[in-house]
Design a protein around this ligand. Structure first.
Ligand SMILES: [Ca+2]
Ligand SMILES: [Ca+2]
Ligand SMILES: [Ca+2]
Ligand SMILES: [Ca+2]
Length: 513
C-alpha cells in the first residue's frame, strides 16, 4: 500500500478449495469461509502462498491498521498446516528480526519449499527479502535491496531520477532456481534476482537494474518463464483517474547478463493509478495487473497470462476484469477476455490470477459489486448501489480462451468505507492455486465494521462451460448463458504522451504507495 492510513477490513483469508472439473459446470454453494486473522481490528492487502512440497501448508501475510492497534509497525501472519482449516497467527515485523514492517507483503514458495517474502519498511527506503525454510513459522532477512552504486548504467537516462528516493509496491516471485523482486524505486521500476539451489540455499542478489521506460509505471507484477526468462508488468501512470496503460518488459536470460529490454505496450485500461470507484471510495484502485507464466510442460507451456482491470468508459465506474495471453514471450498479446460474467454495470476490481503448476489451469479472483443494486437484499448493506462488494472467482481450463461461470466466494457482503481505515480493501487480494485447489485471501467486514482476513476452503467444482447445459440452472446462470461473453476487441488506441503526475505526498506513518 504505501498510500496508507489506518484500519480496514478484517481479512478473511478465504481458502477456496476449488477443484476444477472438466464437464459441464456444476457450481456448488459458496465455499466455507475461514476467518484467518480472528482480530477485531482491520487488515488489508493479503498475500497468500501454498507450499508445493506440502500443499497443506499455507501462509497468509497482511497489512494491519497500526494506529488503531497501538502499533508503530507490523504485519499479520497466519500459518496453516491443515490446508487452511486452522491457523496459528502472530504479528511479524513489529520491530522484531524483520525490522519495522510497514505493509505491502508479497509471498512466494518455490519448488524447494523456500518461502520468500518482501515488504516495505516504515522508515528505510530499502526493500527487504525474508526467507522461511519451515513453512512460514520463522523468517529471516536474507537480502536488503539498496540503491545501486553511483554510475551504474540504467539504459535509460530518464529513468534514474530519484532512484530509491522512496520504494513502493514490491513483488516477489520464486521458481526455476531463481527468486526475483521488483518494486517502484521512486520513479522507475527496479528489479533484481538471486539464484536458488535448494532449501535455504539462496545466492547473492544482483546489483539490480532499472527497467527501461518505466518511469511512473508501477503497481505491477513479475513472473518467471519456462526458460528462466523474466517478465514485469506495470501500469502508467502512478496517479490520476484517467489514462491507464499497461506495459511489459522482458529479461530474456533471467540471471544472465542481458538486461530488461524496452517496454512493450499491451493495452489501455482507463484505470489510473488512483481511480476512485464507489466500493473503494477512500483508497481508490489501480488496474492491478498480474502475471502468470505456464512452466508446466503441458499444452500451453510458455503461455504467459496478464490479468487487469478495465474501466469500460473512463470514469463510468463500470470496471471489469480481463485476461490476455501471449505465446511469444510478451511481444504480442491476445484480445482481452472478460472474466466477470455479470450483466450489470457495477464495479469489479483488484483482481489476482494464479496458475496451478500441476495442471496449467487458471484461477482468478476479484472484488465484485454485481449484487449491490441498491435495492436491499444480501448484496446491499445500505440501499446505495455499487458500494458494497463480495469476493468472486472463476477458472479457465482452456488456456485462458474463456473463463467459467463465476463463483461467489465470500459468504458475506462487505462495505469498505465502514471499516474506517482509510484504505478500504487496500491495493490487492491474494490467491494461490495448487493441486486443483484455489486459495484466495481477502479483506471482509461482512460481520463487523472492521475488516478481517478471510480464506475459503472452496470445494466447489466449476469448469469453463461454453454451453448452457447445467442440470440445475439458476436464474443467474441462465443470465450468464444468455449473454455473450465480452471480448475486449477494441483496436489499440494510439498512445498519448505519458502524463507525468506529481508524486503523491506522504500520508501518515506509511507513505503513499
Ligand atoms: Ca538477465
Ligand atoms: Ca478512469
Ligand atoms: Ca463491471
Ligand atoms: Ca450498497
Amino acid at each position: 500500500m504505501r498510500r496508507l492510513s489506518e484500519g480496514l477490513l478484517m481479512i478473511a483469508a478465504a481458502l477456496a478449495m476449488v477443484p476444477v472439473a472438466t464437464a459441464t459446470a456444476t457450481v456448488r454453494a459458496t465455499p466455507t469461509n475461514v476467518d484467518v486473522s480472528q482480530r477485531h481490528l482491520n487488515e488489508s492487502e493479503e498475500a497468500i502462498a501454498v507450499n508445493p512440497t506440502n500443499p497443506k501448508n499455507i501462509v497468509v501475510v497482511t497489512n494491519v491498521g497500526h494506529k488503531e492497534a497501538g502499533l508503530t509497525a507490523g504485519m499479520f501472519e497466519g500459518v496453516s498446516f491443515d490446508g487452511g482449516r486452522t491457523w496459528s497467527t502472530k504479528l511479524i515485523g513489529n520491530n522484531d528480526n524483520l525490522g519495522d514492517a510497514c505493509c505491502d507483503p508479497s509471498l512466494s514458495f518455490d519448488q524447494y519449499g523456500n518461502l520468500f517474502m518482501t515488504y516495505l519498511f516504515q522508515v528505510e527506503n530499502t526493500v527487504p527479502i525474508a526467507l522461511s525454510t519451515d513453512g512460514g513459522l520463522n523468517f529471516n532477512v536474507v537480502g536488503d535491496i539498496v540503491a545501486p552504486p553511483s554510475g551504474t548504467p540504467t539504459k535509460s537516462s530518464d529513468d534514474n531520477r530519484g532512484l530509491f528516493r522512496f520504494v513502493d509496491q514490491p513483488t516477489i516471485t520464486a521458481a526455476h532456481g531463481e527468486v526475483w523482486v521488483i518494486f517502484n524505486a521512486g520513479g522507475p521500476m527496479f528489479a533484481t534476482g538471486a539464484p536458488v539451489s535448494g532449501l535455504g540455499q539462496v545466492g547473492s542478489f544482483l546489483v539490480g537494474e532499472v527497467v527501461p521506460g518505466t518511469n511512473n509505471c508501477t503497481y505491477g507484477d513479475i513472473a518467471i518463464g519456462p526458460a528462466g526468462q523474466i517478465m514485469q508488468v506495470c501500469t502508467l501512470t502512478e496517479s490520476g483517474q484517467g489514462g491507464g496503460k499497461l506495459f511489459v518488459n522482458i529479461d530474456p536470460d533471467g540471471l544472465g547478463p542481458a538486461n530488461f529490454g524496452d517496454r512493450i505496450f499491451v493495452t489501455d485500461t482507463h484505470v489510473g493509478g488512483f481511480d476512485f470507484i464507489p466500493p473503494q471510495p477512500d483508497r481508490s484502485v489501480d488496474a492491478e495487473p498480474g502475471l502468470a507464466w505456464d512452466r508446466t510442460g503441458g499444452p500451453h507451456n510458455g503461455r504467459v497470462y496478464l490479468i487487469y482491470t478495465k474501466e469500460q468508459k473512463n470514469e463510468s465506474d463500470n470496471t471489469d476484469i480481463y485476461v490476455r495471453y501471449s505465446d511469444d514471450g510478451g511481444l504480442t498479446w491476445s484480445l482481452g477476455v472478460r472474466v466477470n460474467d455479470d450483466s450489470t454495470v457495477s464495479s469489479q476490481f483488484l483482481p489476482k490470477i494464479s496458475l496451478d503448476p500441476t495442471t496449467g489451469n487458471l484461477a482468478a479472483v476479484w472484488y465484485d459489486s454485481r449484487r449491490d443494486l441498491g435495492t436491499g437484499g444480501s448484496g446491499d448493506t445500505d440501499g446505495i448501489a455499487n458500494d458494497d462488494a463480495q469476493l468472486w472467482g472463476a477458472f479457465s481450463t482452456n488456456g485462458g480462451v474463456s473463463f467459467g461461470v463465476n463463483l461467489q466466494i465470500s459468504a458475506g457482503t462487505s462495505n469498505a468505507a465502514d471499516s474506517g481505515n482509510g484504505i478500504d480493501y487496500g491495493d490487492y487480494t491474494g490467491l494461490s492455486f495448487y493441486g486443483g485447489v484455489a486459495h484466495p485471501s481477502w479483506s471482509d467486514n461482512s460481520n463487523t465494521a472492521r475488516a478481517t482476513t478471510l480464506t475459503a476452503p472452496c470445494t466447489s467444482s466449476i469448469s469453463t462451460p461454453r454451453r448452457c447445459r447445467s442440470a440445475n440452472p439458476t436464474i443467474d446462470r441462465l443470465s450468464v448463458c444468455l449473454r455473450r461473453r465480452g471480448v475486449d476487441a477494441a483496436a489499440p488506441r494510439p498512445m498519448r504522451p505519458a502524463h507525468i503526475s506529481p508524486k503523491i505526498p506522504p500520508r501518515g506513518p506509511c507513505r503513499q504507495r
